[in-house]
Structures are given as structure tokens and as C-alpha cells.
Design a protein around this ligand. Structure first.
Ligand code: MRU
Length: 366
């Protein structure tokens, strides 16, 4: 079911529509032309929405998955815990198969599974209610986490700076603020007048369709460039820092993000420009030792050869390579901006300290 409306700023990117028992999302495949809200109740439709990038960006996918698996649990009709758990796992595994690279998807599903396991033997309606609470908590935390990343990122820049970003790690990739754009939003609120360069981001144009759209709508000074222009713009001295998001950060700091990120990192290193990865701790995967172990999603050739064009722009049958993400080696990353602060190399040790800090903060808030 769809609803036509006005601007992106009027909505969060993802939420639970309680009365309809639906996952509500801004349909990102319709942007920048139309802001349409989808209300999804069927697991198959939610799976498709993630696969087709109607909802995308690691944190937004995680929030959507947390809500989706709660909605799936509501539809399990049994009073028996073991049967409930089996069906819950089926729904969770199904959602988890929609996209492989962003760790936030499995992170949110595992978090919901822990709720189910902790309530083993309790009445099923109580477990479903606990999943409901956890889904709302995951969403609320995303907003707080992104805001904290914004505050921490803002300590790395100054008013008037030129900032370059790749893909969309913006509000549309989270619930509000985004990660890489969080310092930009907060700086904008405080009159920093950044000059932002948005890489177009071939082949799916998240930079052009989404980042340029949301930053322009928010009233920021944003300049769209093709991906192959970013080195030239950096060399010209117009960029003071690069801020990008991430889909999975390995324990050694190697980082998977949208294809083209590593090219921007290499150019930034060459021109002495700091390269910052904005990373909620939910995207740091200590179970993946290095970039070599990160599974990179391969997408359809048509995204390169046909999509966006009136007629095919490549010879029929030509071989196409279409990895959706690349891995930026950790030595190209100046620092990670997390909700608990700015993390600098050596990363394995710094991440271990970061997670200790997180545990400590969590225990203090109970
Ligand atoms: O394929 P997408 O559009 O989901 O890829 C998104 C990105 O690569 C983002 O940079 C990443 O998910 C971080 S979003 C805060």
C-alpha cells in the first residue's frame, strides 16, 4: 500500500507503523522524483524491499530487519515455545538472505534472537511483546548513535571546510542524520557552511539520487561530481576531509563500503587528505578478522549496461563485473568516527578498547 507525499525531511527513513502492523519505509528507488511511503506487512515484500534497495544503507537495513522479524513473530500462531523458536529462526534466516555485505542485517536479527532465547519457556505473546520493544529500541538507538557520530565527527572539521562523501551514508541510510552526513547535518544546524562534494556513485547513483537530494533539501551547499572526478577535486585543494559510511568493518579495520570507496581513499592518501569512516559499533564485526573474509555482493549486469539509459549502453552479451562493495585497506583510513568517540590506529587494539568502553557505558545505564 502506498501514499504519495512531499519531502524526505518530513519522514524518518524507517519506522514501525503500529496501527497497520507494518514496516514503513521511504521507497528509495523512487527518489529524487517522488517521496513515497511503502507500508509492508508481508515478509516476501520486506525481503524484496531490502534486495531491491527500496530500503538500503547498513543502519537502515538493520532497523528494518529488527522490525520485520518482530512482524514475522506476530504471525506465528502457536503457544509452543520450541515451535515458535523454529518458525522465528526460519523468518530470521529468510530475511538474512536478502543482502550479504551489511553486517547490521544479521546484527539486528541476532539481537532479536537473543531476546527470544532469553525468554525461553515464557508465554509466546510475552515474547512477541519483548520483540516489539526491542525493535523500537534498535530504531531509537540508531537515532542517538548517529547524532553522537555527528558530534564526534564535528570535532575533526572546521567551519567552511570542503567535505567529500561517497554513496549515501545519509539520513536515507539510517533513521535520521545518517553516519557520514551526521557531522554535516549538525554543522549545518550550527552555521558551519560546509562545501560538500557528493560522488555520484555508479552504478546505482546513490550519491546523485539520494545524497545530493537530501542535502540539497536540507539547505546545504552540495556539489555533485562523477566518481571519476573525485581525485581531481581533491587535487585542486577543495577537499579538507572525506567522510564515508561502512557496511562491515573487520577486526583489523579493513572496511567494506560502496564500490568506489577505496578509490576515494587512495586518492585522499595521495593528496594528504584525512579519510574518515563513520561507523556505528553495530557495523564493526569483530568476528571477521580482515577484509579478505568479507563477502561482497555481486549484482545484476543490467545495473551497469541498461539501467538509467533509454537504450542499452553496452554491447549485448558483454561480460560485466558488478561488485556492489569494495574493501578499503585499514592503512588508508585516518580514523573511525563512532558513537563512543574517534578511534585511531592500531585498530585491533583500539576496537577492543572501544567495545570495553561500550560495555562499561551499558552497565552504567542499567
Ligand atoms: O548498496 P547500498 O546503497 O545499501 O550501499 C550503502 C553504502 O555503501 C553505505 O555507504 C553504507 O551502507 C553505510 S550507510 C550509513
Amino acid at each position: 500500500m502506498e501514499e504519495k507525499r512531499k519531502t524526505i525531511g518530513e519522514y524518518d527513513t524507517v519506522w514501525l507503523e503500529e496501527e497497520r502492523h507494518a514496516l514503513a519505509i521511504i521507497d528509495q528507488t523512487r527518489l529524487p522524483g517522488e517521496t513515497e511511503i511503502l507500508y509492508l506487512t508481508e515478509q516476501k515484500d520486506i525481503w524484496n524491499a531490502i534486495y531491491l534497495l527500496q530500503v538500503r544503507g547498513a543502519p537502515a537495513i538493520g532497523v528494518a530487519a529488527g522490525i520485520a522479524v518482530y512482524l514475522a513473530a506476530r504471525q506465528i500462531h502457536t503457544g509452543d515455545y520450541e515451535e515458535f523458536y523454529r518458525e522465528f529462526r526460519k523468518a530470521s534466516d529468510y530475511l538474512n538472505s536478502s543482502r550479504p555485505t551489511a553486517v547490521n542485517l544479521s546484527w539486528a536479527l541476532k539481537r532479536q534472537e537473543r531476546v527470544v532465547k532469553a525468554m525461553r519457556g515464557r508465554p509466546v505473546p510475552e515474547i512477541v511483546e519483548a520483540l516489539h520493544r526491542e525493535a523500537l529500541k534498535i530504531r531509537e538507538e540508531d537515532i542517538q548513535v548517529c547524532r553522537a557520530i555527528g558530534e564526534n565527527g564535528l570535532t575533526l572539521v572546521k567551519p567552511g571546510d570542503g567535505l567529500l562523501t561517497h554513496c549515501n551514508a545519509g539520513k536515507l541510510a539510517a533513521v535520521r542524520y545518517g553516519t557520514a552526513t551526521a557531522p554535516m547535518y549538525l554543522g549545518h544546524e550550527r552555521g558551519y557552511h560546509f562545501r560538500i562534494f557528493a560522488d555520484e556513485t555508479r552504478p546505482l547513483l546513490q550519491g546523485a539520487r539520494l545524497t545530493a537530494c537530501e542535502l540539497q533539501e536540507a539547505g546545504m551547499d552540495v556539489t555533485l561530481i562523477c566518481d571519476n572526478m573525485s581525485a581531481a577535486v581533491m587535487r585542486s585543494g577543495r577537499v579538507n576531509a572525506v567522510f564515508v559510511g561502512c557496511d562491515r568493518v573487520a577486526a583489523n579495520g579493513d572496511t567494506a563500503n560502496k564500490i568506489g570507496t577505496s578509490m576515494a581513499a587512495l586518492a585522499a592518501k595521495r593528496y594528504g587528505i584525512p579519510f574518515y569512516v563513520c561507523a556505528p559499533t553495530s557495523t564493526i564485526d569483530m568476528d571477521t578478522p580482515s577484509g579478505k573474509e568479507i563477502c561482497i555482493e555481486e549484482r545484476k549486469p543490467e545495473e551497469i549496461t541498461d539501467m538509467w539509459y533509454e537504450k542499452p549502453m553496452a554491447p549485448k552479451g558483454v561480460k560485466v563485473c558488478n561488485p556492489a562493495f569494495d574493501v578499503t585497506d585499514s592503512d588508508l583510513i585516518t580514523a573511525f568516527v563512532t558513537e563512543y568517540g574517534v578511534v585511531r590506529p592500531p585498530y585491533p587494539e583500539a576496537f577492543r578498547e572501544l567495545f570495553l568502553k561500550k560495555e562499561l557505558k551499558k552497565s552504567q545505564s542499567y
